[in-house]
Design a protein around this ligand. Sequence first.
Ligand SMILES: [Zn+2]
Length: 229
Amino acid sequence: MSVVDLPSPNHAPRPEGLAVDVLVLHYTELPLQESLDILRDAARELRVSAHYVLAEDGTTYRLVPEDRVAWHAGRSYWRGREALNATSIGVEIVNLHGDRHDYPPRQIAALIDLCRGIMGRHPAIVARNVVGHSDIAPKRKIDPGLRFPWRTLAPAGLGLWPRRGAVPVAGEIEAALQRFGYPPAVDVAPADIVMAFQRRYRPDRVDGVADPETRALLADLLDQVGGAP
Ligand SMILES: [Zn+2]
């Protein structure tokens, strides 16, 4: 894996006493050079950064050391914790729109290498804590998009993938989604949370309807994590 150091000035110290336990995957929405420029610009009103930027050819750019906070997640929530920049690693994958453009295989191969390395250095990042920006900021964010190959990544330990055929979750789906990690529907509608779940686990129909198929996929994921929050 080829890694190029290209330091960004946009970072802060990690808070003491908290493990890095979440890995957040994004798409850049911009070409490589523009992405690198923005993520390394200290003069912007809203300064942003990421630990890594992954080019389409698989080249990995390291912008922020893993022991510093990078500014990629914004307002966010996963498994009861908010403001996830403090305890996460952020990877920006170059893709102009992950709902419309496929991720090249060599980019995904490099991503798997990169993420396995990150998870090796931060054992608290368990598979269920490998998330997309859309998982932790429903409605506000849709990256890494419908074409992101979560199904391919799961066998490498990056995220979970549901098996078919589970008994659907009954009752309020919001509570079950929260048990898996999704945020409560505080300033978004409950359907927005369902859509975030579908974007990732059933990208062929993202309609916000908690139908039996959606409920069955969620039931299996909860089963894989032992049902615990
Ligand atoms: Zn993002």
